[in-house]
Structures are given as structure tokens and as C-alpha cells.
Design a binder for this molecule. Structure first.
Ligand SMILES: O=C(O)CCC(=O)C(=O)O
Length: 286
């Protein structure tokens, strides 16, 4: 499976300008989410905006080498190590990491039928894979819900990770590898390793991955640092205490939040309550 495959839906400039997929494209994208557990909305973001986001990433972390990132990750900071040479960073939501990213109209319109009108932004981070980064282990973003009842694979989507590559990511730089349809498997039944799908990512892509879908960051065999922005959206009752137990899922200055249009605030409000919880947990558990 590759270009023209069922999991790539081309977003036309007209659809991007209208902030809405045409009916046929939307149907194909929902079908991929349902059967494969992921879809690539190719061209969801304007390449110029992604270039701006990359510049903001570089302004915040571009000066750090692996040793610098390791050092940060050893102390309380927005950075944690998620594999050798691979770091998850809760990016400061300033510059181009603004509502054009996390409140992209086309994206939200697509996600609402999957997770409800009152869906919430659960968190925003980036994963930077440095040259030499290892392959990650196969994992889901969260375990299947209600494991004792084995119903998780049949449930509707409750959270989606939207990956936005900040540069073109070919096989050498290392995209995120995905096991198609693995969201429909119970936790005790892993797919064969050889079912791993590697698709090069392009600037402008939004790769929507159901939280249950098995995936792994692939090795970075290039000389280029690979940052991918991750915006997680979830049903309003879901708190990601697994990935963000004592860590803020969002880094947005309060004055930036207060300046947002009132219609947008509910989308982010929940992440703010998790910031408070993370701080309290840190204070009480050390
Ligand atoms: O780096 C990647 O491509 C994937 C990262 C990831 O899945 C994780 O850190 O949980």
C-alpha cells in the first residue's frame, strides 16, 4: 500500500480554504479511521504555516544537541526521553503554535463527529528524533479501555493523536510506523512485526492516529533532527493520566489563553485543569 492508498486523503487548496473536506473525501477519511485506525489528511495545513511552526520549534529547541536534551530530560522540565535520542517536549504555545495549529477548522470539523461536539484538546507536544535515534517499541498511546471485558477494540474512538511533521520525513529520517487495524485488537494480541507500515510524511500532512492504534517511532538514520508536533484531542471525559501523570500537557501562558476568543476557550480549558492537577501531584508526591 502506498500513494493512492486508502489511508491517504488529499486535501485540496479549496477544501483547506473552506475549512471542510468535500463529502466524498470525508467519507473516505472516516472509513480509514474506522477500519485502519488512522488516516493521513495530506495538505491539511498550508506548507507556509508548517515552515513557520518549524522556525518556532527551532527558536525554542534548535540550539540543543542530544546531550543538552538528555540533560533537560533528567530534571523536571518540559522534556522527557521517549527512546534513545528521542524526546517528547511540551512546546510553549507561542508564535506559529497558535490557534491556526490546534484549532484548525478543517481538523476540528472532521474530529467532532468522531468524538463529539464537546471534544477537548488533551495536550500539545512535539517529538524530536535526533540523528541516531533508535526505533521505539510497538505501543498504543493508551491501553484498551475496560480490559477485563475485552470490549475496547469494538468501542468508538475516544482520543486521536494528530501528528504534524514539521519537515518532510522520508524513510531515512524516520516517520512513525503504524500497524494498520491494530486498534481492533485486544492488548494481549499483538500484530505481526512485518505488518508495520512505513509511509513517508510530507509537510502539510496531518496524520490522525486513533489512540488505540499500535505504532512506533522509526530510527533516524539521517543527519537531520526530526520534529513532529502532536496535538491530542479526546472525548471530554478522557484524561491522559498515563502519558501525563505529573506533567503538564499544555504550555500556554495564561495571558495567551485569556486573549483567545471565548468560543475557543472550552477546547483548552480541560488541559488547564490538568496543569493544576499535575502541579498539585508534584507538590504532594515530590
Ligand atoms: O517519534 C515518533 O515517531 C512516535 C513517538 C511516539 O509514539 C511516542 O513517543 O509515544
Amino acid at each position: 500500500m502506498n500513494a493512492g492508498a486508502k489511508y491517504i486523503v488529499e486535501v485540496t487548496p479549496e477544501e483547506r480554504a473552506a475549512g471542510q473536506l468535500a463529502q466524498d473525501s470525508a467519507k473516505r477519511a472516516y472509513s480509514a479511521m474506522n477500519t485502519l485506525g488512522f488516516v493521513i489528511l495530506r495538505g491539511c495545513f498550508a506548507p507556509d504555516l508548517v515552515t513557520e511552526m518549524h522556525a518556532e520549534y527551532l527558536a525554542q529547541y534548535g540550539h540543543l544537541d542530544v546531550a543538552g536534551m538528555e540533560e533537560l530530560s533528567r530534571n523536571p522540565s518540559p522534556v522527557i526521553e521517549v527512546g534513545k535520542g528521542r524526546f517528547e517536549i511540551v512546546m510553549k504555545l507561542v508564535g506559529a503554535f497558535d490557534m491556526r495549529a490546534y484549532a484548525n477548522g478543517l481538523l476540528l470539523r472532521f474530529l467532532i463527529p468522531l468524538m463529539g461536539q464537546d471534544l477537548r484538546l488533551s495536550g500539545v507536544s512535539a517529538v524530536a528524533a535526533y540523528p541516531g535515534a533508535d526505533r521505539q517499541r510497538m505501543h498504543r498511546d493508551a491501553a484498551q479501555l475496560f480490559p477485563d471485558y475485552q470490549v475496547g477494540p469494538n468501542l468508538p474512538t475516544y482520543a486521536v493523536n494528530v501528528s504534524v511533521p514539521l519537515i518532510d520525513v522520508d524513510a531515512a529520517i524516520g516517520p512513525t510506523g503504524i500497524w494498520p487495524a491494530s486498534h481492533r485488537l485486544n492488548d494481549d494480541k499483538l500484530p505481526p512485526e512485518q505488518d508495520l507500515l512505513t509511509v513517508p510524511f510530507l509537510k502539510g500532512d496531518a496524520i490522525l492516529i486513533d489512540y488505540r492504534t499500535l505504532h512506533a517511532g522509526l530510527p533516524n538514520r539521517s543527519q537531520t533532527v526530526r520534529p513532529i508536533l502532536y496535538m491530542v484531542y479526546a472525548r471530554n471525559w478522557f484524561f491522559d493520566d498515563g502519558n501525563h501523570p505529573q506533567r503538564s500537557p499544555l504550555n500556554m501562558p495564561l495571558e495567551t489563553f485569556r486573549a483567545l476568543p471565548d468560543t475557543l476557550k472550552p477546547l483548552l480549558m480541560r488541559a488547564y485543569s490538568q496543569i493544576v492537577r499535575a502541579k498539585e501531584l508534584n507538590a504532594t508526591q515530590g
